[in-house]
Design a protein around this ligand. Structure first.
Ligand code: IPM
Ligand code: MG
Length: 360
């Protein structure tokens, strides 16, 4: 029997609810596909601040480091916004990414056929969308030094530094080019090279990398134009390669093509060591504990974990198939529901997916 160790981080807000649903589905899959998963649950974000005063306790990082994969739900709550930055939930997540060296964040954006009419864009615009955002995750303005807020004679001054080295650009570009090879063979690199020096270096290095991949079609777009193109004609994109901040913004925008940010999974990877698999959405404290959350982004993240992190490919395919079947039956969580769809809460959505799993 194959054995896998998974660190499970429910986090905050809707996190524990979507985690419970996802975990029970994985357990059923493990049984069916003949493998075993040891889950080790740890604290992160606001729940870790409450219990240990630290958004990423050492124990959490240690458990993650010795696992085969990390499955994370969501972190954050506005009630922590007044804490010093190093004590906020978001810092816990950033430290986890940095601590595991997760430089490559993959965010696939694929329209599920049953959800075409849930998108805020016209069906003919989103119909065939199937793109992948490859976001650099542990560099750029999120981590650049110097940064801070200082007192001056003229009042306060605040600054961050957007910085990339050629090595950092090269390693994420390589990931994007390799992935493009397995897809439609197109990369659009997004930057702001008309204004920012850091983007000029980014563009130069990506051009350099493309020489090694003559079969891949490379284009560049400025981020403002890319934001527009993404809703004008999203079908032009295959792989989108971009830095940390632009990737954060563009991936939320791309999420809406699919109807709801509650649909988008992600994988954060390094070249050696466990990856973190987490939904793109946040902790949605406004709907927490009310059984209203959409668990699908987390379930799809679990599917990515099974496929990429644990190499349990057929279990991953089963999970994806079951989700499509449930959506085709017209079941929707409130974020996706309209017209004559059958509205379900988080738990009931999990139950429906489970029923489909049993039919496969
Ligand atoms: C994301 C989130 C995080 C980010 C926050 C919660 C720190 O928005 O994963 O996209 O900005 O990277
Ligand atoms: Mg974000």
């Amino acid at each position: 029997m194959r054995n896998h160790k998974v660190a499970l981080l429910p986090g905050d807000g809707i996190g524990p609810e979507i985690t419970a649903v996802t975990k029970s589905l994985i357990e059923i899959l493990a049984e069916k596909h003949n493998f075993h998963i040891d889950f080790e649950e740890e604290l992160i974000g606001g729940s870790a601040i409450e219990k240990c005063g630290d958004p990423l306790p050492q124990q959490t990082l240690d458990t993650c480091k010795r696992s085969d994969a990390v499955l994370l739900a969501a972190i954050g709550n506005p009630k922590y916004d007044k804490l010093p930055r190093d004590k906020r939930p978001e810092t816990g997540l950033l430290n986890l990414r940095a601590g595991l060296g997760l430089f490559a964040n993959l965010r696939p954006v694929k329209i599920r056929p049953a959800l075409i009419s849930s998108s805020s864009l016209k069906p003919e615009i989103v119909e065939e969308v199937d793109l992948l955002v490859v976001r650099e995750l542990i560099g750029g303005i999120y981590f650049g030094q110097p940064k801070g807020i200082i007192e001056t004679d003229n009042g306060q001054r605040a600054f961050n530094t957007m910085v990339y080295s050629s090595k950092e650009v090269d390693r994420i570009a390589k990931i994007a080019f390799d992935l493009a090879r397995e897809r439609k063979g197109k990369i659009c690199s997004i930057d702001k090279a008309n204004v920012l020096d850091v983007s000029q270096l980014w563009r130069n290095r990506v051009n350099e990398m493309s020489l090694k991949y003559p079969e891949i079609e490379l284009t560049h777009q400025y981020v403002d134009n890319a934001a527009m193109q993404l809703i004008r004609s999203p079908n032009q994109f295959d792989v989108i390669l971009t830095g940390n901040l632009f990737g954060d913004i563009i991936s939320d925008e791309a999420a809406m093509l699919t109807g709801s940010i509650g649909m988008l999974p992600s994988a954060s990877l390094t070249n050696n060591g466990p990856g973190v698999f987490e939904p793109v959405h946040g902790s949605a404290p406004d709907i927490a504990m009310r059984d209203l959350a959409n668990p699908i982004a987390m379930i799809l993240s679990a599917a990515m974990m099974l496929r990429i992190g644990l190499k349990e490919v057929s279990a991953s395919e089963d999970l994806e198939k079951s989700i499509d079947m449930v959506l085709e039956d017209g079941f929707r969580t409130p974020d996706l529901s309209f017209g004559d769809s059958k509205e379900l809460g988080c738990k009931a959505m999990g139950q429906e997916i489970l029923k489909k799993l049993h039919t496969l």
